[in-house]
Design a protein around this ligand. Structure first.
Ligand code: CDP
Length: 806
């Protein structure tokens, strides 16, 4: 060894593997405006499609007259449900086991529903065309309030389901009922409530909102009549699933469908499902023989593609006088809109909402969810959350604060008293999950120490006294939130989509010069997979991350996978990547043993190559092994160095975190100031701390938006009144608070590299932290629970109703 020989630290650093704050490689093209998004796809002879949409939330469609539209220069065709019936595509199956109209078939069921698809030579002509389509409607009574959906005299929405007493998830109780889903032990839970010294009960609503990614949903469909092949470029979070669904519903052989998801500008669950635009563009391309592009505008995206939340959760906790929880009972009224198009694994009609026991050791619990139809847009996607987990976390975190208030206990102390203890892991929850690992007390105490929680409470007490003396008009709130997520769908025993098990995949192919390409079934929408997946491979096989190209989103080249949503990429594909890399490493070890003339067992892996145990100078780098794989493999061994892994995880992963929000609210104006926001996340092994921080910042910003104003609101007549960014709160850097981030590391015991997901965590933990801060502030004026979103007006109204404003 001379002075120029790199040290172990230098060799490790050169790999830019796991734990390194590697800069995002994809940002080189994004920051230079060189991304390749769907709307950048321009094919020769391409046509454009646009929708005629219903102004009515519920109406019979009496007649569609397209004669004037067809006279508009450039308009080539007007597709209606009648056209689609000729190819048996007027209705499409949803991921939740329901069916959904592609184009209005006899009636419309929500405002802005797709009624006809106009195809033209350019977007402007298509738009002129839609204005000339005359649709005759007969308005019907409208159902907006979910609490009235199952009244005896509630309007019948889904006439296609008339007489159907059961659906995909069991019996239906009413013509607007979709399913009832129950989990837990009702008898034991009822008994716990009978014996309880203290109980709380509150209806906690998580309002309807929308993922609203920067780039809306869009596609280009191109049918080659000669080859009988359909190529679809689209904003797809799960390209392989889209290929299978298209094959099943369009009856096209799957090998003749090519789905390509190019760069995607944010998904947040919005780009998981199949939308009428995809079907209409595909049909239009098959009919015209030309490529057809469909690009949603912002209003269409907000009002017609998948919404999120809309859960109304009546929540009860039983406890002892000392604050030990003894039972949890939750009933949810889930407003699914006009069709049940929830994007959940097939067997889970309410997603993983049964994580609602949260981070607490509830001995018994019972949950019932009723899904219902209303005259609202369909959907119910995991907007920065893993399948209804954010609703569950909000429910339990608000309820724990309400219990603390009733017991006159500090909310942090109440949580510490009820946490699942480290020695209880793996922990079996009363509602059926096996939590893999956690150390909640350490995380909570770190949060309390880092923020000087005790001093903040003291300051709050002083401020409250000053308010009473009339010296200030500001009230101060401390929002504590401690969440446990469940991410990584999922084990095939639990999770499938349309019968396809939710595994994920990775294929790695090493080239002779020590570089390689890796392809996965996942699809990044901004999460930085091209950067982090290469880091896992770098650490596993000792090749620099810069030498590994990551490619996702092309169903012809990537191995089959179930896509990216619900923080599942790291728990599932991340594991597949490590497993594929380990297969490469195992073959590399055999090649190195042959070249170094020793037995495989005499070799040990050493950062970037193999070394003979006890003879450190006998070493072969992975780079040299790659070369050898193509010219001098051991006799009988196939040349080349590549591997594929399909990973079916044994369990989900359970990230967690402790958050604190410090807020001041002016009672006279309702204006709030987020003074501090501290977020401690534990996502197990951290692949790229910088990307994690970015994920946390983004998720917290969305949590801030949702808790403090972002809402899809309908008026009593069923009109969407928040259909553009003029009314739908989309925070900019100006409103967004400053985020303080922190972490602990509790690896997942079953994941090959110990990593858990993180993308959704800040949204799951952030929303209750904001809402608890507002509610904590107002609790001093005598309130128990104020529903979200907590915008200025609602804060002022609350202050007025509580008598703080004249
Ligand atoms: O499925 P999705 O990519 O949305 O979520 P994720 O698995 O939580 O990953 C989001 C990003 O954070 C990816 O680039 C991951 O590689 C990164 N990450 C990380 O660096 N370390 C973790 N323990 C978890 C995620």
């Amino acid at each position: 060894m001379n002075d120029l020989t790199p040290t172990r630290e230098q060799r490790t650093a050169a790999l830019e593997g796991m734990g390194c704050k590697r800069k995002r490689v994809e940002d080189i093209r994004f920051t230079q405006g060189r991304g390749n998004y769907v709307d950048d796809v321009k094919l020769p002879g391409m046509l454009h499609g646009d929708f005629v949409r219903s102004p009515h939330p519920h109406a019979r469609v009496k007649k569609i007259d397209d004669s004037e539209a067809l006279k508009v220069p450039g308009v080539l065709a007007v597709i209606t449900a009648e056209t689609l019936k000729t190819v048996n595509l007027a209705w499409m199956p949803t991921l939740a086991g329901d069916v959904q109209m592609v184009l209005a078939d006899g009636k419309v069921l929500f405002q802005n529903q797709e009624v006809a698809f106009v195809v033209a030579t350019d977007r402007y002509a298509a738009d002129d065309g839609i204005n000339k389509v005359i649709v005759e409607y007969e308005p019907l009574p409208v159902l907006v309030d979910p609490f009235k959906a199952m009244d005896a005299d509630a309007p019948v929405l889904r006439e296609d389901l008339a007489g159907k007493t059961s659906g995909a998830h069991g019996p239906r109780k009413h013509h607007n009922h979709i399913f009832e889903w129950t989990v837990g032990d009702k008898e034991m839970t009822d008994a716990a409530f009978k014996k309880a010294e203290v109980t709380i009960k509150e209806m906690i609503s998580y309002h309807r909102t929308h993922p609203s990614p920067l780039e809306t949903c869009q596609c280009v469909c191109s049918f080659d009549k000669i080859k009988g092949e359909l190529t679809i470029y689209g904003t797809f979070q799960a390209p392989h699933v889209i290929r299978t669904v298209v094959s099943l519903i369009a009856k096209l052989p799957e090998q003749k469908i090519h789905v390509i998801a190019p760069d995607i500008g944010g998904g947040f669950g919005n780009k998981v499902g199949a939308y009428p635009g995809y079907i209409c563009a595909a049909v239009a391309s098959i009919v015209t023989g030309k490529p057809v592009k469909w690009v949603e505008d912002r209003i269409e995206n907000l009002t017609a593609t998948s919404f999120a939340r809309d859960y109304h959760m009546t929540t009860e906790i039983a406890a002892t006088k000392e604050g030990k929880v003894t039972g949890l009972r939750v009933h949810v009224l889930a407003d699914h809109g006009a069709f049940d198009a929830c994007a959940d694994p097939s067997k889970w009609p309410a997603g993983f909402f049964n994580i609602v026991t949260g981070s607490y050791d509830f001995p018994v619990a019972h949950l019932a969810v009723d899904g219902i139809y209303t005259n609202k847009a369909p959907g119910g996607v995991a907007y920065r959350c893993s399948f209804r987990v954010t609703e569950a976390a909000y429910c339990i975190e608000r309820a724990m604060d309400i219990l603390a208030q009733k017991l006159n206990m500090d909310p942090a102390e109440l949580r510490l008293k009820n946490f699942i203890k480290p020695e209880q892991f793996p922990y079996h929850s009363a509602l059926g999950w096996e939590y893999d690992s956690g150390d909640y007390h350490t995380a909570m105490k770190k949060m309390m120490e880092s923020t000087d929680y005790t001093a903040l409470r003291k300051e709050q007490a002083e401020k409250r006294a000053a308010f009473k003396r009339g010296e200030t008009r500001e009230i101060m709130g401390l929002g504590v939130s401690f969440f446990t997520e469940i991410v990584g769908a999922g084990p095939s025993k639990n999770c499938d989509i349309l019968g396809i098990a939710m595994f994920d995949s990775c294929e790695i192919r090493m080239h002779p010069t020590g570089a390689g390409i890796a392809r996965m079934g996942t699809k990044s929408q901004g999460q930085g997979h091209e950067t982090t997946w290469a880091q896992i491979i770098a650490t596993e096989i000792g090749i620099p991350a810069d030498n590994i190209m990551v490619e996702e989103g092309n169903t012809d080249t990537a191995p089959y996978g179930l896509g990216t949503y619900g923080s599942r990429s790291t728990p599932v594909a991340g594991a597949a990547i490590a497993m594929a890399a380990r297969k490469i490493k195992a073959k590399a070890q055999m090649i190195a043993a042959y070249k170094l003339e020793v037995h495989e067992d005499d070799l040990e892996f050493d950062i970037d190559g193999f070394r003979v145990k006890g003879l450190p100078e006998k070493y072969m780098s992975m780079k040299d092994i790659c070369w050898a794989a193509y010219n001098s493999v051991p006799p009988g061994m196939e040349p080349g160095l590549e591997a594929v892994s399909y990973y079916d995880p044994p369990n989900m992963t359970y990230p967690f975190g402790a958050y604190l929000c410090v807020m001041d609210i002016d009672v006279d104006t309702g204006v709030y100031k987020v003074r501090r926001f501290y977020a401690l996340d534990d996502c197990g092994t951290r692949i790229n701390p910088m990307i994690i921080e970015g994920q946390v910042h983004g998720g917290l910003t969305e949590a801030f938006a949702i808790a403090m104003g972002q809402e899809i609101r309908y008026d009593d007549a069923g009109n969407v009144v928040t259909g553009s960014f003029m009314d739908f709160f989309m925070p900019t850097a100006v409103e967004t608070p400053h985020w303080e981030t922190d972490f602990t590391v509790t690896p997942s015991p079953h994941h090959p590299i110990g990593a858990k997901g993180v993308g959704e965590s800040p949204n799951v933990g952030g929303v209750p932290a904001f809402s608890n801060a507002v509610n904590d502030a107002f609790s001093f004026l005598g309130s128990t629970h104020i529903q979200m979103p907590h915008d200025f007006w609602r804060n002022w109204k609350a202050a007025k109703e509580l008598g703080a404003v004249a």
